[in-house]
Design a binder for this molecule. Sequence first.
Ligand code: PLP
Length: 391
Amino acid sequence: MIVKKGSARVDRVSPFYVMDIMSRAKTLESKGRHIVHMEVGEPDFSTPQPIVDAGVDFLKKGDVHYTEAQGLLALREKIAEFYTQQYNVKVSPERIFITPGASGALTVALATLIDAGDDVLMAAPGYPCNSNLIGLLGGVSCFIEASEDDNFQLNAASIASAWGDCTRGVMLASPSNPVGSMVDGETLKEIIQTIDERNGFLISDEIYHGLVYEERAVSALEFSDDVFVINSFSKFFGMTGWRLGWVIVPEHAMGAANRLMQNLFIAAPTHSQFAALAAFSGETKDILLQRCDEFKQRRDVLYDGLIELGFKVPVNPEGAFYIYADCSAFTNDSYAFALDLLEQVGVAVTPGLDFGMTYAERYLRFAYTTSIEEIKQGLEQLALYIDSRAK
Ligand SMILES: Cc1ncc(COP(=O)(O)O)c(C=O)c1O
């Protein structure tokens, strides 16, 4: 067979190592094994009923056509109102674009901003799709090695010292994936100043806002209108499968974002947009806040359990639903450890390799997207596994 040439840029898109874990977990489950799932980055809760009802009511009418490329005005107005209530900032609905998930939002933002050869700064470890997307667009991801000392986050000084001739901007996520650490308001303000002085862009990924357990999450929009803010209905709102998110762009980028939406997606899924109209109701909010409390309890159980077992957890996460744990007390190959952990005792976690090469072999990401009972069982199994390795 003649193998035709594919895209070299696509060849450089990295796979998710966790897929190996997930497919092995499925195989084991099909053989009757019970698996504790702590690998998946999505809430185990189902979509809140008021949102489901709104989606079903809309679908029953059968009138499922494209919306305008930018998204339903009624939904954009609700999002704008949400920014006033949540962050005390005024955002015009004209600057809001409804996208297929935060993934679509990140695609629109990056495609609006970068040309081939442009450098983009970001923290490592971080969300892997960012650097893959940048590579697809011909850009270059420049990783700033983050550590315990800087809360695994970027700051003005680290950005200033990494800024080079080809640097065009910065991507930041707070709370972050995989660490769950946050950037405080003062630091975010300094970061924006540093970027502005260099005439660069900031993409602020705020997808885990709402799922915060200590301090309030601060939006980049509280300090500047000249930022790209990413958010989604996936995580806090529990709507992963509906594929719905949004990006807020500066006024000067509205035309570009509109053209990209038209060409890349035509529009986000219509039924999901109608369902999301119920996402900001008081009834939905009560459900979501209760879930947030549950996540906090899960975090505490998992954090205490991991520490007791001898894992080092450099940051007790302030948000999201992950714990990034140093397993170097037990192994120098976290990928092999994750595979063996699943095989021997049925606990599925994500190896550090999925979040970049920085100390990857030393880290595992535990997602507390499962019940406290399951987490406790997972910790017991983990204890058995660690004991068996010591023998
Ligand atoms: C930091 C971050 N950004 C963006 C996404 C994409 O989310 P979605 O496309 O489901 O909204 C994820 C998903 O895990 C994420 O962790």
